[in-house]
Design a protein around this ligand. Structure first.
Ligand SMILES: *[C@@H]1O[C@H](CO)[C@@H](O)[C@H](O)[C@H]1NC(C)=O
Length: 176
């Protein structure tokens, strides 16, 4: 009986999926399986290079990645041109700008839509799980080590305020 319950709950987890069952193209166009980040905490961010929030966000995101990566954490950045058309450049240009200006140290993905008919499946999933969509550049979703979407942060929430939540999630290592 217990065994049956266990198998059933495993099957449900499989069907329900989790963040780390998806894949996306990286900024060089290569398919990246998000399973590569499973077992870690992720902060998923829709980024744009020409936004009023760009500089402070990259500064803080680079600092988070530097501080927490070795404990099992990644910022995962998805460029998106849907808010004020503030990410108009090609992926190659975005990449070189980010490396040059901010020394970006976390994974960058290809430009995607985060809403609308062409919304990327990853963002559809984030919406299904939270009922929240980005309303501007630099909205954030925090994912725990098992791939569960734990929290949505609006653009206006300072990255510094997310720090506590990240530290809390990083403590749980046993269940993935
Ligand atoms: C992730 O969140 C889910 C839902 O709250 C929870 O059941 C699971 O134990 C969490 N996993 C980790 C590793 O924190």
């Amino acid at each position: 009986m217990l065994r049956r319950v266990f198998i059933l709950s495993c099957l449900l987890t499989l069907v329900a999926g989790n963040f780390y069952t998806f894949s996306a193209r990286d900024i060089d166009g290569e398919t990246k399986h998000l399973a590569d980040y499973a077992g870690k905490v992720s902060l998923v961010v829709n980024v744009a290079s020409e936004c009023g929030y760009t500089e402070s966000n990259y500064r803080d995101l680079v600092a988070l990645q530097k501080q927490y990566k070795s404990f099992g954490f990644n910022v995962l950045a998805f460029p998106c041109n849907q808010f004020g058309e503030q990410e108009p450049e090609t992926e190659a240009n975005i990449k070189s700008l980010l490396k040059r200006s901010y020394h970006v140290n976390f994974p960058l993905f290809s430009k995607i839509d985060v809403m609308g008919p062409d919304a990327h499946p990853v963002y559809e999933y984030l919406y299904e799980e939270t009922g929240k969509r980005p309303t501007w550049n630099f909205a954030k979703y925090l994912i725990n080590r098992s791939g569960k979407v734990v929290q949505f942060f609006d653009t206006k929430i300072q990255t510094i305020d997310i720090r506590q939540q990240i530290e809390r999630l990083m403590k749980y290592k046993d269940e993935f």
